[in-house]
Design a protein around this ligand. Structure first.
Ligand SMILES: [Mg+2]
Length: 330
């Protein structure tokens, strides 16, 4: 990372000292380097100037009688959002350890001791200005990374939804439905209540495509999907299983109740007049209902049973609900 360097005449330094001689020395040294300098002679003045001008760095004397000292000034700067990130370098003639530690504790980043060594003072100021620039750059980079990460998570979520959804009807697709059935199978182990599958297929679907075009076929698929979705309970699942095939999963439902649901849907569709462009179309569907009663059952078998019932319904004349023969427990 190479943050764009601020030119030195773009840098503002607030110098705070109660002693005119010290200020003179500091001004000479810093102005020579091209820094813009602001001056305060006490803690209160420093707080005002810092809040108003938001300097890039503050050089802060510790002892400034009779007002608040440098440590207290720093503490207050760190309490304000606007000024809390401005680096503070303490200037102190006190060389005992306790005071230096206090300087760091109240939020100072460094200290220089008086009398000043010009080279050292400039080196420390420049080092902290560079550090501050890197931190700002890092904060911006982190923010960008966070945004990119959020966008990535969102697109992953969308992909995950797309991977489970039939794009035409917005119902679950086959893969999603298989997972839901597997989950329901696990639940049976706990509550011992069976679930029912209903496999259904639009009768003579090819005729609609051949006679009115594929847009008509899509219109019928979407209309039927919407009708059926509106007729099931919240806990029920519906998927587009294949071309014109749909599969229902009805949790905690026995074969008889499943067949009643299928019959209700069959009738609703058969009674409905589908209006496509200038045509009024009648659509019927055939339904095969099967039941899964134990967690040991093979899902494929259960689906095959519904498929067989559906096949029998087709052979018996279509527009019918057929259920699997294996209806011992009901
Ligand atoms: Mg002083």
């Amino acid at each position: 990372m190479n943050p764009e360097m601020k030119r030195e005449d773009d840098v503002t330094i607030l110098v705070v000292d109660d002693h005119p001689m010290n200020l003179r020395v500091l001004l000479d040294s810093l102005q020579e380097e091209g820094f813009r300098i602001l001056i305060a002679r006490n803690g209160e003045g420093a707080l005002r100037q810092a809040t108003l001008a938001l300097p890039d760095i503050i050089l802060l004397d510790v002892m400034m009688p009779p007002g608040i000292d440098g440590f207290e000034t720093c503490r207050r700067l760190k309490q304000q959002d606007a000024t809390k990130d401005i680096p503070v370098i303490f200037m102190t003639a006190l060389s005992d350890t306790i005071n230096k530690v206090t300087g760091f504790e109240v939020g100072g980043v460094d200290y220089v001791t008086k009398p000043f060594d010009r080279a050292e003072l400039l080196a420390r100021v420049k080092a902290h200005l560079a550090l501050q620039r890197y931190q700002r750059e890092l904060a911006i980079t982190n923010q960008k990374l966070r945004q990119m990460n959020e966008a990535l998570l969102e697109s992953q979520k969308q992909l995950e939804i797309a991977a489970r959804t039939d794009p035409l009807t917005h119902l679950s697709n086959r893969r999603d439905m298989i997972e839901k059935i597997e989950m329901e199978k696990v639940r049976i182990k706990r509550h011992h209540k069976p679930f029912t599958l209903i496999l259904c297929d639009i009768d003579n679907f090819k005729m609609f495509n051949d006679t009115f075009g594929h847009d008509c076929g899509d219109f019928i698929l979407v209309s039927i999907a919407n009708m059926m979705r509106a007729m099931i309970r919240e806990q029920d699942q519906l998927a587009r299983w294949g071309g014109e095939e749909f599969l229902f999963l009805l949790p905690e439902t026995n074969l008889k109740s499943g067949a009643i649901v299928a019959e209700k849907i069959r009738k609703a569709i058969a009674d409905y007049h589908f209006e496509y462009k200038t045509h009024v179309l009648s659509v019927t569907m055939t339904f095969g209902v099967s039941i899964c009663q134990t967690h040991t059952i093979d899902i494929d078998d259960c689906i095959k049973q519904a498929d067989r019932a559906l096949y029998n319904g087709k052979h018996a004349g279509k527009n019918l609900v057929f259920q699997t023969k294996q209806a011992a427990v009901d």
